[in-house]
Write a protein that binds this ligand. Structure first.
Ligand SMILES: [Zn+2]
Ligand SMILES: [Zn+2]
Length: 252
């Protein structure tokens, strides 16, 4: 990668997202969108190759096509298993647009493609393809993609089961504040799967998830607390029972 963004001339650090044009020149995403908005010519400032369409526009266009079919399915006028030729062509368009947007680095497009493959909407259901797209979105920091990728690793769907990888992806999503992921990494910490067993870690994640509205986390917290109370009570009973046993033995 080159050192400076040719538009703002600032170093191309890792802090700002960047994107690579088909001409192979690389710019900050924000600089490129400024160029699209106010640029005199819609061309690459380096080589004058025409700018590709804005990935956000492609994403929105695809979403319109998809939402239309989704509404037809909801209304009973379409079925994901048996789309008519017209409906299938419309889904093909949506998938192609999302693919182009994902290829130019839009993580939301990669995430939607993952969902389409996971659920078999407009494409043949395929967990391997779902994992592939989840991973692309997850590596770019998409929290839901990270959580879902964690699920795929945890349950060995479309990828070999790997609890360490599952815990790693759940944790990344949890750290971004995703409630479901906070619950999931709580479970992994509680059970010591893919990460060190730690009740305090579990408690911390369950609490965050419960605050975020997770019913499962609230239930898990309740169970953990009643278990802890039973253990404390049992520990308090221990000396009393030992004394009683000693007394009974001395009587014999
Ligand atoms: Zn820049
Ligand atoms: Zn160029």
């Amino acid at each position: 990668m080159c050192d400076d963004c040719p538009i703002c001339l600032d170093p191309m650090g890792t802090s700002l997202p960047f994107c690579k044009l088909p001409c192979s020149h690389i710019f900050h995403e924000c600089c490129l969108s400024k160029l699209r908005a106010v640029g005199v010519s819609q061309t690459c400032p380096m080589c004058r190759a025409p700018l590709p369409p804005c990935p956000h526009d492609l994403f929105d266009e695809a979403l319109e096509y998809y939402a239309d079919i989704e509404a037809q399915v909801a209304g009973g006028d379409a079925s994901w298993d048996q789309l008519t030729l017209t409906q299938q062509l419309q889904m093909d368009l949506a998938i192609n647009l999302w693919q182009t947007a994902a290829d130019s680095g839009l993580k939301e497009a990669a995430y939607n493609l993952a969902l389409m493959f996971r659920l078999g909407r407009g494409v043949a259901q395929c967990n391997i393809m779902a994992v592939n797209w989840y991973e692309i979105a997850a590596r770019q920091g998409h929290a839901n993609a990270q959580n879902n990728l964690g699920f795929m690793f945890n349950h060995g769907r479309g990828v070999a089961q790997d609890e360490v990888a599952a815990a790693r992806w759940y944790r990344l999503a949890a750290e971004q504040g995703l409630t479901d992921a906070q619950y999931n990494i709580g479970v992994m910490s509680r059970q010591g799967r893919g990460t060190a067993q730690s009740n305090s870690e579990a408690l911390r994640w369950y609490t965050l998830a419960a605050v975020g509205g997770s019913v499962d986390a609230r239930e898990a917290l309740r169970r953990m607390k009643s278990e802890q109370q039973q253990q404390t009570a049992a520990r308090r009973m221990q000396p009393a029972r030992t004394n009683l046993r000693r007394k009974m033995l001395s009587k014999q």
